[in-house]
Design a protein around this ligand. Structure first.
Ligand SMILES: Nc1ncnc2c1ncn2[C@@H]1O[C@H](COP(=O)(O)OP(=O)(O)OP(=O)(O)O)[C@@H](O)[C@H]1O
Ligand SMILES: [Mg+2]
Length: 241
């Protein structure tokens, strides 16, 4: 469960990039965070994960404040950033062991998990290579795997499908469903509206740092009184902003 409580953020003390944002992502829910480029999705995600300071408000991850109890809050989520170009000097296996160490995962458990997930995403044969030799999609996969080792109660992923091949995209969606079937939460940003329409229990649409809509796609259709695709509804709801 992620509770965003009235947060605001500006980068330059003048323009508010995020303004009084309130949002709850409930356990057992796949929540899709949608919005045009520059809307404030990554900024919001970076505040949830404690990478960016919050100017006003607070964010609770399973009841733990990212401001007051950052370490406890961080133990409650797994995070995949929008850019996978990190820890390039480490070998794949070193990165995964580093992540397992951070979350205090025992040797046997991590071995099984790493084997299972690297086979699933078909990168088990490159774990002795440095991440800098990986393609964009392979880097994406190693970060996805690293974020799953501790079986996060909240999985926060910023545009996770960018650059993934069809099989990996399929596996990613399956994992999202598995996580929510354990009554954990998935919060992801995406521009792929047909995936969002089929996958998400709930969507939120943000533009210019303000939330324009939160609810199911069905609720959005009811609200606009139109029987349209999510793509058409998205164009309609973001057009005057
Ligand atoms: N480090 C930064 N310094 C100054 N402004 C920033 C910084 N990062 C983002 N911004 C601005 O904040 C706004 C929101 O950016 P953000 O990256 O949150 O958008 P987004 O919704 O994730 O977009 P995209 O779909 O392109 O990923 C944009 O106007 C952007 O220019
Ligand atoms: Mg972004």
């Amino acid at each position: 469960m992620i509770s965003i409580k009235n947060i605001s953020k500006s980068y330059d003390k003048k323009n508010k990039i995020i303004e009084n944002l309130n949002l709850d992502i409930k356990d057992g829910e796949i929540f899709g965070f949608l919005g045009p480029n520059g809307a404030g999705k990554t900024t919001t995600i970076k505040m949830i994960t404690g990478i960016l300071d919050i100017d006003e408000g607070d964010i609770l991850i399973d009841g733990k404040s990212i401001i007051k109890n950052p370490v406890e809050a961080k133990m409650n989520f797994g995070y995949v950033p929008d850019s996978p170009d990190i820890f390039l000097k480490l070998k794949g296996i070193q990165y995964l062991n580093f992540m397992a160490d951070m979350y205090g995962i025992g040797l046997e458990e991590r071995k099984n998990k790493i084997e299972e997930l690297t086979k699933l995403f078909e990168i088990n044969d490159v774990l002795q290579d440095k991440i800098q030799s990986y393609s964009h999609g392979m880097r994406q996969k190693i970060i996805i795997i690293g974020s799953l080792l501790h079986e996060p109660k909240n999985w926060i992923i910023d545009e996770p499908m960018t650059g993934l091949d069809p099989k990996s995209t399929y596996e990613l969606k399956q994992i999202m469903r598995q996580i929510t079937s354990k009554n954990h939460a998935v919060f992801f940003s995406t521009h792929i509206l047909d995936v969002a329409e089929r996958l998400c229990d709930k969507i939120g649409i943000i533009n210019n740092g303000k939330l324009l809509f939160v609810g199911s796609v069905e609720e959005m259709r009811d609200k606009l009184k139109e029987n349209k695709s999510l793509e058409e509804l998205f164009m309609e709801i973001t057009k005057n902003d």
